[in-house]
Design a protein around this ligand. Structure first.
Ligand code: PLP
Length: 389
């Protein structure tokens, strides 16, 4: 058997690193202390009870055991549209501008199949969640990276994109609140981005998986709020992070009806929708009256303070985040991000991900998560603080 060429052209740095680190972690266990995993962003908390109850009830309904509608149930699309109206003041037609997805990763991958031809240019941030570039390459498109620099608040510099490249670009990816930098976008940036997309006839794909995990008083904006953005963009929302539902595989795409229709076409040939009971539970999540996301933000805010205060006290330079459950920590002088990740593992027995797992732009940093309970984080801080950096 020969694997497809597109696979040999794909190096999955992120997961390769995690696999190697896990293997080493097992070796270290033999020496006593278990490794504390602060690498992967997989929330340790359960989905809240009102969502689990909705699922429990729905699962007994035989009507939901049949194939669900391809684009998602009308109830869930209406609930998504209601959420977007309440949260961002957006008007999105549930029938033509909202599509239910299996989490957001699948939909972001399928967007590439829906829009890209060989030779098209795709503008991708660096560092970034790897799916954007991987799937562009799978489709034979050319990836041009947009560096996210600390001095530019981890926003891409649109003015630095040569017009000759912009004219050939079909798709541009952004992700705010950002993984891995935890940076936020501003409304001014989104307005510039919408104008740029109109000028060069580019579709903007906005990954809003972390849209509800913020620490400040002001909720982060949506790209789709920018003038003209609804006709030029598609945004991916996910219930994974907001309601601790990553295993449930549920999210939705919203935006330009033509893009939504193209994505729907690919998906009708690929999957047959998410289990109707999960969709019913997602309605309970999006119509939430319990204030759960507020509670969750408080949990992450406290955990993040504990971690960042501890890293500060250890003499490390941590970029205190305004959002997400990630923070970047600068490698001490003389170490690369990979060296630092290795030393965190071997000397402190804490698993991190080097920034370069998200592209060369992540060099010099490691990313830590607070997807671990307070005692475990306190122990991680204690171990990191015991090392002479
Ligand atoms: N986008 C970003 C930036 C992520 O970090 C992740 C998962 O970690 C996803 C999207 C995908 O999440 P899901 O497919 O669970 O919605």
């Amino acid at each position: 058997m020969r694997r497809a060429l597109r696979l040999s052209a794909t190096e999955d740095y992120l997961f390769a690193f995690i696999d190697r680190a896990r293997a080493r972690a097992d070796t270290h266990q033999a020496f006593g202390a278990e490794v504390i995993p602060l690498g992967v962003g997989d929330c340790d908390l359960p989905a809240p009870p009102h969502i689990v109850d909705a699922m429990r009830q729905a699962v007994t309904d035989p009507a939901l055991h049949r194939y669900p509608p391809y684009e998602g149930t009308p109830q869930l699309r209406a609930a998504a549209s209601g959420f977007l109206r309440r949260r961002y003041g957006l008007t999105a037609d549930p029938a033509s501008q909202v599509l239910v997805t299996l989490g957001s990763k699948e939909a972001m991958a399928h967007l590439a199949l829906a829009l890209l031809d060989p030779g098209d240019v795709v503008l991708v941030p660096d560092p970034a969640y790897p799916v954007y570039a991987t799937w562009a390459r799978f489709c034979g498109a050319e990836v041009v990276t947009m560096p996210l620099r600390e001095e530019n608040a981890f926003l891409p510099d649109l003015a630095a994109i040569p017009p000759s490249v912009a004219r050939r670009a079909k798709l541009l990816w952004v992700c705010y609140p950002n993984n891995p930098t935890a940076a936020l976008a501003t409304t001014a940036f989104y307005a510039d981005l919408a104008a740029f997309a109109h000028r060069y006839d580019i579709t903007v794909a906005s990954d809003a998986a972390y849209g509800e995990l913020y620490y400040g008083a002001e909720p982060p904006p949506s790209f789709l709020q920018a003038p003209g953005a609804m006709e030029r963009g598609v945004e991916f929302h996910s219930l994974s992070k907001t309601y601790n539902m990553p295993g449930w595989r549920i999210g939705f795409a919203v935006g330009d009806a033509c893009v939504i229709d193209a994505l729907r076409t690919v998906k009708t040939h690929t999957d047959s929708g998410t289990f109707g009971a999960v969709q019913q539970a997602a309605v309970a999540a999006l119509e939430d009256t319990t204030g759960y996301p507020d509670h969750l933000r408080g949990v992450y805010r406290d955990r993040m303070r504990l971690l960042c205060d501890g890293l500060d006290a250890a003499g490390l330079d941590v970029l205190r985040p305004d959002a997400t459950f990630y923070c970047l920590v600068r490698a001490p002088a003389g170490l690369t991000g990979e060296d630092f990740a290795e030393q965190l593992l071997t000397r402190a027995r804490v698993l991190s991900i080097p920034g370069t797992g998200f592209g060369p732009g992540g060099q010099g940093f490691v990313r830590l998560t607070v997807c671990a309970d307070t005692p475990l984080l306190a122990e991680a801080v204690r171990r990191i603080g015991a090392v002479n950096w």
